[in-house]
Design a protein around this ligand. Structure first.
Ligand code: SAH
Length: 298
């Protein structure tokens, strides 16, 4: 098992994702002889997990069953242990596309936080890319480095425990893309520029407040970045529902001429049923603004 390569069978030392139903997921470190308690009873790793196929149903000791899934960055994002606020897949998908990440890309990131975005970046840039991630909180830097090892992606990432605003990313002229998720990104813009390749690259900054976006845009413009474009990703879900439209009453003879379909749908001769969707008037989905920019070739 690795977060960047699929394996059919569960092995000792893997991190598997247990699906308990109703959108509930739990990461499990698979260990010979160990047990994991769930509300359906215990899962015995040696007999219930090791050697079984990812995707199998496992019957727990109280008779209920769970499903054991191969880890992916998307599943990790919804069940990882939170040390900080994290980025979710809707924003991550846009970040990956707009930063033009692909296998082989070199990326700088700060802060690492709980590593939600980092795992998605690593899956995209594998097998030949590299992530340089900077986190100034020592325990968080240590914890995420441990997780990268457990998830067998540590060969693709360097974790640095330093202040990105003071000390930068620890590399210069190597990055294709830089991502910032820190409270004062404008203080790190000059370091982002230095980390990017001489022939240019892309940068993105995530901030919850528009005042942070304004300051970041000013710093990006001062440093010669182009195509500065702040945006927000809101998911607009359309609900399908039935509506009942009254049929106009033109007297007893007129109904016989109506379409047979409408007659069927209107057995009481009074209304017709239609399916329709309405977009929500408000979308309470603000996470933060994403500000993208391009460093031109120098
Ligand atoms: N994008 C991350 C979450 C980042 S939370 C995820 O998806 O999991 C922001 C992190 O930035 C915190 O862990 C904080 O400690 C770190 N941070 C804030 N300012 C920093 C700085 N100047 N240098 C390095 N890290 C910083």
């Amino acid at each position: 098992m690795s977060f960047v390569e699929y394996n059919d069978f569960i092995q000792d030392g893997d991190v598997a994702i247990v699906y308990l139903g109703h959108d509930s997921l739990m990461p499990v470190k698979v260990q010979q002889g160990a047990q994991t308690q769930t509300r359906f009873g215990a899962i015995r790793h040696s007999t219930d997990l090791i050697g079984h196929r990812y995707g199998s149903k496992v019957t727990c000791s109280k008779g209920g069953w769970v499903q054991v899934l191969h880890p992916t960055p998307e599943l990790w994002t919804v069940c990882l242990p939170h040390r900080t606020q994290i980025l979710y897949t809707t924003d991550i998908a846009t970040i990956t596309m707009m930063l033009e990440l692909k296998p082989g890309s070199v990326v700088c990131e700060s802060g690492t936080g709980s590593g939600s975005l980092s795992h998605a970046i690593l899956r995209t840039i594998a097998p030949t890319g590299h992530l340089h991630t900077v986190e100034f909180h020592q325990q968080r830097a240590e914890k995420v480095a441990e997780e990268f090892k457990e998830h067998r992606v540590d060969h693709l990432v360097t974790v640095r425990n330093q202040d990105v605003c003071k000390d930068g990313f620890g590399v210069s002229g190597v990055a294709d893309a830089v991502f910032l998720d820190i409270p004062s990104p404008w203080e790190a813009v000059k370091h982002a520029k230095a980390a990017l390749k001489r022939h240019g690259g892309r940068v993105c900054s995530f901030s919850p407040c528009i005042e942070q976006v304004q300051k970041t845009c000013e710093a990006l413009a001062d440093q010669g970045f182009e195509e500065i474009s702040p945006m927000e990703v809101l998911l607009r879900v359309h609900d399908v529902r039935n509506i009942y439209l009254p049929l106009p009453d033109f007297g007893p003879e007129s109904f016989a001429q109506t379409e047979p379909d409408a007659q069927q749908q209107a057995p009481n001769h009074a209304s017709v049923t239609l399916k329709t969707t309405t977009p929500p008037r408000e979308i309470p989905g603000h996470t933060g603004y994403l500000t993208f920019a391009t460093k031109p070739r120098t």
